[in-house]
Design a protein around this ligand. Structure first.
Ligand SMILES: C[S@@+](CC[C@H](N)C(=O)[O-])C[C@H]1O[C@@H](n2cnc3c(N)ncnc32)[C@H](O)[C@@H]1O
Length: 486
């Protein structure tokens, strides 16, 4: 079997990352003199699990696939045709499905998506983490009660659909094409109002003959349009991002005069160089500098809610309603009684720590991004929380600068996870409980293994689905100090 060859493949499952996986029996890959691999048949009993990955398929699909890459342990293929569709397939809701790079799992019923996500977590914990009893350790995934219109923030871009296209487009990238943009006419991720704003801005740009930023010439005006939507308050922020001076601020604001829910309109100027974007200026064209959002607690403190002010650059969990569930699961996993010192590491704008504050002695938040820390302090003030302390710094370098010793450590690192160095620094403090909020089950599993090798025990892992119709999975793991410590 070589690159370019067409094979028949039955998709067995969905791998983490969203690709479908088929397995070829009696096939093994072999390195050639030029260091590339070919796959050949083998009669050895152990050579019966050669994995082939393909995009855009679901378990049960029987497909014709063209091999595009052969590696030591697997191959990648493009779908040529679907010979027999899986019974799991449903009609996608959005007319842009297939073309759009988002929502790749729309052809699977939401309940099926959740089953696959849950089993991916179990698999990662068992294979990468070496954890036992994953059937009971990993709890049933918590799905979204409403899997559409769940995002509070969207970024749309200006561009052309192809080199031949002469019309200005405002929308998203077609799958796998990072320069081209197609017009999004409907999108079920944010809101119907978001689609309306998009249509008005596109029409405005066309009527005024505005140019868009073109990376090939490094010139042009319009770059992107951000829409933020306070799901629990109804307040909307619109932020137009350009690469040159924008002279039509007044006319731009007039576009939304009959939409009182748009309470904040910004123009942001950026400079772009070799793919990098730097903010040059941020001008509030109309309304308030930030929108308000509220997050309700769903556990123990049911009924309480926290208020947040969201400025254009602030990080805020993109799925408001699931963030309430995720944070409440983190508070539950922390098992607080009111007397604990809590470290909230990678705290962002302080949301998880602030959710814990009413049940802790003191919260210490550490986070790399200085403006997020400034937001965290404001958020504490806004909610009258006085037992919190926030500082900007790299967790690996600055964790020992926190002027206290934790009973509970909560971490919510980026995708790469904690890594051994940070895990060992946390273990050095010997906290009784560690709560690990993670957006990457494989890296979580790797770090849980390090915790278990250093005197800690993983007690539970709660998957939470924050991003329906995508492969992403969030988890909250509760890790406790073993009987005999380190
Ligand atoms: C997944 S976000 C978590 C944010 C927050 N817990 C929340 O839910 O809003 C990860 C955060 O880690 C921060 N970060 C990334 N690398 C870091 C580092 N080395 N030290 C401290 N913070 C870091 C990022 O700026 C980001 O705010």
């Amino acid at each position: 079997m070589q690159k370019g060859q067409i094979i028949n493949l039955e998709i067995k499952k969905l791998a983490f990352g969203g690709q479908g996986l088929g397995v070829l029996e009696n096939v093994i890959s072999q390195k050639q003199e030029d260091e590339t691999y070919v796959a050949r048949t083998s009669s050895r009993a152990e050579d019966n699990g050669f994995r082939v990955f393909a995009d855009g398929v679901v378990p049960g699909d029987k497909i014709e696939a063209r091999i595009k890459k052969i590696k030591k342990n697997y191959a990648e293929a493009d779908v040529v045709s679907i010979i027999e569709p899986s019974p799991l397939r449903i009609a996608p809701k959005c007319k842009h499905f297939g073309k759009c790079g988002g929502c790749k799992w729309q052809m699977l019923a939401y309940e099926e998506q959740l089953k696959f996500k849950e089993s991916q977590v179990r698999e990662a914990m068992s294979h990468v983490g070496g954890l036992k009893n994953v059937e009971t350790l990993v709890k049933p995934i918590i799905g979204c009660s409403e899997p559409w219109f769940y995002r509070n923030k969207m970024e749309f871009s200006f561009g052309n659909e192809s080199k031949e296209d002469t019309e200005l487009r405002l929308g998203l990238h077609p799958a796998g094409r990072h320069v081209d943009i197609f017009d999004v006419e409907e999108c079920f991720l944010q809101s119907e109002k978001s689609s309306e704003i998009l249509a008005r801005v596109r029409d405005f740009a066309r009527k005024n003959n505005l140019s868009f930023y073109n990376s090939a010439t490094n010139a042009g005006l319009l770059s992107s349009l951000y829409i933020r939507d306070g799901k629990n308050t109804g307040e909307i922020m619109v932020n137009l991002v350009t690469c040159e001076e924008f002279m039509l601020g007044k006319e731009f604001c007039e576009l939304f005069e009959d939409m009182p829910e748009i309470v904040s309109i910004y123009w942001t100027k950026i400079a772009r160089k070799r793919g990098m974007k730097t903010q040059v200026g941020e001008v509030l064209l109309k309304g308030k500098p930030s929108i308000r959002e509220e997050l309700g607690m769903r556990h123990e403190a049911e009924g309480r809610s926290l208020k947040f002010k969201i400025s254009p650059q602030a990080f805020f969990q993109p799925n408001t309603h699931q963030a309430e569930i995720l944070y409440s699961q983190a508070v539950k996993a922390a098992g607080l009684t009111g007397s604990e010192v809590v470290f909230d590491l990678y705290c962002g704008t302080g949301t998880i720590g602030l959710f814990c504050a009413h049940k802790a002695k003191k919260i210490y938040g550490l986070e790399l991004n200085e403006s997020a820390i400034a937001n965290a302090k404001q958020n504490a003030m806004l909610n009258g929380i006085e037992n919190s302390w926030f500082k900007a710094g790299d967790v690996d370098k600055s964790i020992r600068e926190i002027p206290d010793t934790p009973d509970v450590v909560i971490v919510d690192p980026p995708r790469a996870g904690l890594g051994e160095s940070v895990v060992l620094k946390i273990v050095d403090f010997q906290p009784k409980t560690v709560v690990y909020v993670s957006c990457d089950p494989v890296n979580l599993a790797r770090d849980l293994k390090t915790f278990e090798e250093n005197g800690y025990k993983v007690e539970s892992i709660q998957p939470v689905d924050m991003f329906p119709h995508t492969y992403h999975i969030e988890n909250v793991a509760r890790i406790v100090k073993g009987k005999f410590g380190k």
